[in-house]
Design a protein around this ligand. Structure first.
Ligand code: PLP
Length: 391
């Protein structure tokens, strides 16, 4: 037998383990120091009350034979797919419920969607980027071309007609940079994809953080996108579901490639390899989209965005270059004094007792940059910013 040798081509990711090791060492040597973590990409606020009460009620449903649920609908319960379609309608995007697929999160779907595509397709990935896009394609042995995010393009790389691509990844608002594509920029991407007969895999995991109403929160707000794009979203950051697990993927009926309706292929793939998300979690997810739930999660998002503003204001006042932080929980800054990402990590840990994430961990183009996250406690964030500025 032969294993999948592509796994030998994966680079070991030492990013978060190295961070943990360095922080632990520092703590051991300096037990009295109060370390503030602005490195995490995980939420900290609890589930909203509307979600909790919907889940409690769903637990009760499971305790009674007349309301008990066994295997659920393959694509996800209709009540949740309808709630998501209604959410999109408010964004001006018309979806049918059979175009909405419920899953246990965006990470699985972003990886699993590759089952639909031949290994010979060429992939285009922005750098720096959420590492899952890269690793899942390396596992399949696909050729990857990168497009570089830079200070000049505000870490929003645009298509290059000289680069061939069949599968294009876009993440907006972006992890790690916090940059958000405008509608005009996304239109350029959609036109490029249509011209090249390519598919855009659009990751909108942070769409709820977009408060500027001129910015897109779904690629389907762009004309032509239903013919070339699949959209992934998640309740992880939207509603604190990182530990609860629920996401959704939109595959439009109009998306036909190589003579095949991708929606039908994805349904076949999911119903073959996936048995759905628990009823209790889907009821909790439904509550996110209720008026009450949405009002509650918007308060949480405002809390995180206020943290982001605290960080952004502090950096701006000290002439530190950054992007993000306005319509995103992430702030992506240029390391002062031309420090490398890891030099700045050590500098902040030792001098400010603040932990962030070195940009180099998200791709070569991230070297010299640094990610701060707004998912912390407001008082801690204020204190951290004071210390970062003092240096
Ligand atoms: N996409 C991006 C850009 C992310 O940053 C994350 C999580 O950090 C995910 C997807 C994964 O989300 P989920 O928790 O739904 O798997």
């Amino acid at each position: 037998m032969q294993i999948n040798h592509n796994y030998n081509n994966l680079e070991q990711s030492y990013l978060f383990s190295t961070i943990a090791k360095k922080v632990n060492e520092y703590k051991q040597n300096n037990p009295d120091k109060n370390i503030i973590r602005l490195g995490i990409g995980d939420v900290t606020l609890p589930l909203a009350p509307a979600v909790i009460s919907a889940m409690h009620k769903a637990v009760d449903d499971m305790a009674d034979a007349s309301t008990f649920k066994g295997y659920g609908e393959e694509q996800g319960y209709l009540f949740l797919r309808q709630a998501i379609a209604n959410y999109y309608a408010k964004k001006g995007v018309e979806l049918t419920t059979d175009e909405v697929f419920i899953s246990d999160g965006a990470k699985s779907d972003v990886g699993n969607i590759l089952d639909l595509f031949d290994k010979d397709n060429i992939v285009l990935i922005p750098d720096p980027v959420y590492p899952v896009y890269v690793d899942t394609n390396i596992m399949d042995g696909r050729q990857i071309n990168y497009i570089k995010g830079t200070q000049e393009n505000n870490f929003l790389p645009m298509p290059d007609d000289s680069i061939k691509a069949d599968i294009i990844y876009l993440c907006s608002p972006n992890n790690p940079t916090g940059s958000v594509y405008t509608k005009a920029q996304l239109k350029t991407w959609v036109d490029y994809a249509l011209k090249n007969d390519a598919v855009i895999l659009f990751d909108s995991a942070y769409e709820i953080f977009v408060t500027d109403t001129t910015l897109p929160t779904s690629i389907y707000q762009i004309e032509g996108a239903k013919k070339c794009a699949i959209e992934f979203c998640s309740l992880s950051k939207t509603a604190g579901f990182t530990g609860t697990r629920c996401g959704y993927t939109i595959v439009p009926t109009d998306l036909v490639k190589d003579g095949n309706e991708l929606r039908k292929m994805w349904l076949r793939r999911q119903s073959t390899k996936f048995n759905g998300v628990s009823y209790i979690v889907q009821r909790g997810a439904e509550a996110v989209f209720s008026d009450e739930g949405m009002a509650q999660i918007k308060e949480q998002i405002a809390y995180y965005l206020n943290n982001a503003k605290t960080i952004a204001d502090g950096l701006r006042a000290n002439n530190i270059w950054f992007v993000g932080g306005e319509n995103s929980p992430y702030i992506w800054l240029k390391c002062p004094n031309n420090m490398s990402s890891w030099e700045y990590f050590d500098f902040l840990l030792n001098n400010a007792n603040v932990v962030g994430t070195p940009g180099a961990g998200f791709g070569d183009a991230g070297e010299g940059y640094f990610r701060l996250s707004a998912f912390g406690d407001a008082e801690n964030v204020k204190e951290a910013v004071k210390r970062i500025i003092r240096g």
